[in-house]
Design a protein around this ligand. Structure first.
Ligand SMILES: [Ca+2]
Ligand SMILES: [Ca+2]
Ligand SMILES: [Ca+2]
Ligand SMILES: [Ca+2]
Length: 595
């Protein structure tokens, strides 16, 4: 964006900017504590600061459940075991009681909503690793015994609500645990592999065209596993695609098994209705505040068109007025992501495109134009739905890294720029500030607030907050601390914990940071300034507010007079002080209230 266009934009909204007249609000001028949050029942989705956590990796408050189901529990025998604290792919003992015990740690950081990885009962072991992550569900009616009981989940939600914190469940409709095998790939007993695995560990996908020509698999359930799933209709092999493993492209992305996980036939009305009933029951029993939906891209859009409105309506009948849902659509293209908030009628999605832009701008040092180009597509998300609230980009869910792709700190560590630790710290903080203060709802990935780094994605990014016994975690150099993951890492004095608490405070204090319409006022083709305004009209709850947020992604200070020559406003906060008010320090941000 060039100088003229952003100048005219600001001129058009009636701003006069005199940099020398910027008044600087001291820290003391900010309220000492975060603005008092409205009661959770009344809060909007956009009011939340999310914390995304794998309960197994958080805190172990009950060692009696570490092995999962009791040894004499015949019904749940497959949900016993898989416990090995030194193996990154096994259960580590964290549980719902542990999360409950650590609620004050989250509360004090300004977390207002917790998103848990799936907590329903899993098959404990599949192909040499365990269901510690929760994505291998067998029983959609009860909590995995490694994590606790249904009663303990209710207690956790009660305790969170008493602290005015919402709880979101991570739900799956695409697949169940891997129980179904095929004669062609696994032999008549279904217990091994009989195909050539030299090309990878999979059962080749059979396309619709091949099916039409009579080619098909002969699915089977190994002896003894016929009634493992709950509700019972899930044990019927006809409710699955049975077309072999997905190779992640074309029709296989929707109809193939996710590495053997039994892929539900989500085009069948019985499956749509069955899944709607399962999650209606979950809402009725536990009264969560919302759902994060897994593997959305791997289910046909028609499924979501029925599922999403049905659950949103049901939650309302259960008295959860502001129930919300956001989907995981693993794509970096707003064109595709937005199909799920518009056509598929899911209220929101995780903004992978925002995450990708963070990598480009703060790891790869591309120009801040990358962000302007991203936000220029925000209108794709705009829609009006009959049963769910209208959607727009303000409801997207921002994140910097996650449990599949790895942490933002890992992207920095392995960058060819060879950032020293100081630079990694500054870039990590700035990425999180952009996550909080750009349009969209922020999600802190657990452990990021303690400087966790990791060696990559998936298992390598799922470190323990409690003292870890995993050697490949414990040899990491954590950022901004002398601790390692072998230590307890609930340090409320950690720089990142303190900084995120500050960001959360600002986010809650200024409604325009949550609801303000965003306009990009300055970007450039190299690292440097990126500036946005967040403007909101007066509402019954708050006055009109117009904020200017300036980020500096460069390693040298920048002059604000490149932004505009005249601004009259008040500096509300800046992350790094400079001698002059018309400068912005390297890798820092500042928030101004415009008059
Ligand atoms: Ca435990
Ligand atoms: Ca599927
Ligand atoms: Ca399978
Ligand atoms: Ca390591």
């Amino acid at each position: 964006m060039n100088f003229i266009s952003k100048f005219s934009l600001l001129a058009a909204i009636g701003l006069a900017f005199v940099t020398s007249q910027l008044s600087q609000a001291s820290e003391a001028n900010l309220v000492a504590k975060a603005a008092k949050l409205a009661p959770y029942q009344q809060r909007d989705f956009q009011d939340e600061v999310f914390y995304f956590v794998l309960p197994d990796r958080f805190y172990n408050a009950d060692t009696s459940n570490d092995l999962g189901a009791a040894a004499n529990d015949k019904k749940r025998a497959v949900s016993r075991g898989g416990f090995d604290k030194s193996h990154k792919g096994m259960y580590h003992g964290g549980d719902l009681a542990g999360l409950t015990e650590k609620l004050s740690y989250l509360d004090n950081m300004g977390v207002s909503a917790i998103w848990l990885t799936p907590v329903l009962r899993n098959r404990a072991m599949q192909a040499g690793t365990s269901g510690y992550h929760g994505y291998w569900i067998l029983d959609f009616t009860e909590i995995d015994p490694h994590l606790g009981s249904n009663a303990e989940l209710k207690n956790f939600i009660d305790q969170a609500h008493q602290r005015n914190i919402k709880v979101f469940f991570d739900i799956i409709t695409n697949h169940t645990a891997d129980v179904i095998k095929t004669e062609e790939c696994h032999g008549k007993d279904g217990l091994g592999w009989i195909v050539d695995l030299s090309e990878g560990n999979d059962c080749p996908f059979i396309s619709m065209a091949q099916l039409a020509n009579g080619k098909h698999y002969s699915p089977l359930i190994p002896k003894g596993d016929e009634t493992l799933k709950y509700p019972a209709w899930l044990n019927d092999m006809d409710v699955y695609h049975n077309q072999g493993d997905s190779f992640w492209r074309g029709e296989s992305a929707v109809r193939g098994d996710f590495s053997g996980l039994d892929d539900l036939y989500t085009q069948k009305a019985s499956v749509v209705n069955g899944m709607i009933d399962i999650y209606k029951d979950i809402i009725a029993e536990f009264k969560p505040d919302g759902f994060r939906i897994d593997t959305v891209k791997h289910v046909n859009i028609e499924f979501w068109q029925q599922f999403s409105p049905a659950l949103m309506q049901h939650a309302k009948t259960q008295g959860i007025k502001n129930f919300s849902m956001f989907g995981e659509v693993y794509s970096f293209e707003p064109e595709l992501l937005s199909r799920f908030t518009t056509e598929a009628k899911i209220p929101s999605v995780l903004d992978f495109a925002f995450q990708g832009a963070m990598i480009k701008v703060l790891v790869e040092q591309q120009g801040t134009d990358v962000l302007a180009q991203l936000f220029a597509k925000d209108h794709f998300y705009q829609t009006e739905h009959k049963y769910i609230r209208n959607t727009n980009a303000n409801q997207l869910v921002n994140f910097t890294g996650n449990h599949d792709m790895g942490r933002f700190a890992y992207s920095l560590k392995q960058s060819p720029h060879n950032y020293p630790e100081d630079a990694q710290i500054q870039r990590n903080l700035l990425a999180h500030a952009m996550m909080f203060f750009s349009r969209g709802v922020p999600v802190i990935y657990y452990g990021d607030e303690q400087g966790f780094v990791g060696d990559g994605g998936d298992q390598a990014s799922r470190q323990d907050m409690m003292p870890s016994f995993v050697a490949s975690y414990n040899d990491d150099n954590l950022l901004a601390t002398s601790k390692s993951t072998a230590d307890d890492n609930f340090d409320t004095n950690h720089l990142f914990y303190q900084s995120f608490a500050k960001y959360a405070q600002l986010y809650q204090q200024y409604p325009a940071l949550r609801f303000g319409e965003q306009a990009v006022v300055y970007s450039q083709d190299k690292a440097g300034i990126f500036a946005i305004t967040r403007q909101m009209k007066a509402t019954s709850k708050s006055k009109a507010q117009n904020l200017l947020i300036v980020f500096n992604t460069a390693v040298n200070k920048q002059q604000l007079n490149v932004l505009i020559d005249k601004v009259e406003g008040t500096l509300l906060y800046r992350s790094v002080n400079t001698d002059k008010t018309d400068e912005i320090a390297p890798l820092s941000f500042a928030i101004y209230q415009l008059n």
